[in-house]
Design a protein around this ligand. Structure first.
Ligand code: SF4
Ligand code: SF4
Length: 367
């Protein structure tokens, strides 16, 4: 099959499979290897040691699929531009938009495997490998090269006309496909909204210090969270969308900045939110079976029960710092002294009590 025909087929299949955008890039080594190495050398990956361990693989798609020549890159939309959350219900913690519906790994992988199967039939003898977050691939850089969008100052991919509420995936292949998708110009310009709005000051242009990023802290970090970051967590129980919420390219009223930008493609039903927030006291009462039941089919399962309880107690601390609530405070006290709770959760409870200080002592518990 000719590279042109292979590209046409791949893009048609991506459309049939319902991806919001697709493009084709050369599967060549990263052009930003030094940036990644510097970022790692500065420890900005926090405790995500796997990023440092597989760095050479991450920098070269041919190490993930030997002989890789092309990358078909796809994107799913998981939230509407201009989507605004109302007030978080009392005693609830917010969940980042990408984790409110069905687990994107399953949703994307299933369709990428179907794409691989169809392409294998058409090109026997070539190898295809689906990648979605689980393989060491620089998906954002590949997406930018494939013309899906540009990498914004908050380091997420923004597609003209669609915004950044995008989940990325791809297929590496040994087949040569004609490149499809012009690189998209950077439209961040002089804007600094994401940098200014980030509550932990995690963003420097085109780089995020994961050690300060609420998404990393609440989703990836399996260790205690530094007390200086407890208040900035705000009401985020799992993830954080602030840098995306403030981005003008996620505003429903934003003009399409690029000529020939694609029309809005529909959001997949799979990502329809099952919940936007969770009841903090309920999470604090979960056992392993409750967590499995409540988060069945959700990407939130990435966080362990101890991490979710740690997050819940820290968000509860922020709620209590704003307005006393005797029963909730008593719950924090009980957890701090409960030897059956994981030490990380008890430590978080102790930190909340220490932070509340006098006000905690003044608020008499509900009996
Ligand atoms: S996700 Fe939140 S904490 Fe992380 S960089 Fe964006 S605004 Fe900052
Ligand atoms: S908020 Fe502004 S600077 Fe940040 S990614 Fe969006 S356009 Fe770029």
């Amino acid at each position: 099959m000719s590279p042109d025909a292979a590209a046409t087929l791949a893009l048609r299949l991506c459309e049939e499979l319902g991806f919001a955008a697709a493009g084709i890039a050369e599967a060549v080594p990263s052009a930003h290897a030094d940036n990644l190495r510097d970022w790692l050398a500065q420890g900005k990956h926090g405790s995500m040691e796997y990023l440092a361990r597989h760095v050479e693989t991450r920098l070269d798609p041919a190490r993930v699929l030997p002989g890789a020549r092309s990358a078909i890159v796809v994107a799913d939309r998981y939230a509407e531009r201009g989507s605004v959350d109302g007030l978080t219900p009392p005693m609830h913690g917010r969940v980042a938009r990408y984790a409110r519906g069905r687990d994107y790994h399953a949703v994307i992988k299933r369709r990428l495997h179907a794409l691989c199967d169809r392409l294998r039939e058409a090109m026997p003898g070539e190898a295809f490998r689906a990648v979605v977050d689980t393989a060491p691939v620089l998906e954002r850089e590949l997406a930018a090269r494939a013309g899906i969008g540009w990498v914004g100052k908050h380091t997420l991919v923004i597609r003209p006309g669609l915004g950044s509420y995008l989940l990325l995936g791809g297929v590496l292949t040994t087949a040569t496909l004609t490149l499809a998708g012009e690189p998209v110009a950077d439209h961040c310009g002089t804007c600094t909204r994401c940098i200014d709005a980030c509550p932990t000051r995690a963003i420097t242009p085109y780089s995020v210090d994961a050690r300060r990023c609420i998404s990393y802290l609440t989703i990836e970090r399996r260790l205690p969270i530094d007390p200086s970051l407890h208040a900035p967590l705000g009401d985020w129980l799992y993830g954080c969308d602030i840098c995306q919420e403030v981005c003008p390219h996620n505003s429903a009223s934003t003009e399409r900045p690029a000529r020939n930008a694609p029309a809005q493609s529909p959001m997949r039903e799979d990502y329809a939110p099952r919940f936007a927030s969770l009841d903090l006291l309920e999470v604090l009462g979960w056992g392993a079976a409750d967590r499995s039941r409540a988060l069945s089919g959700s990407a939130m399962k990435r966080a362990t029960l101890a991490m979710l309880k740690r997050n819940a107690i820290l968000v509860l601390g922020n709620v209590l710092a704003r307005a006393p609530h005797a029963a909730a405070l008593e719950r924090v006290r009980a957890i701090a002294g409960d030897g059956d709770e994981p030490e990380m959760v008890r430590e978080a409870a102790r930190a909340v009590l220490a932070r509340l200080g006098d006000s905690a002592r003044r608020t008499s518990p509900t009996r």
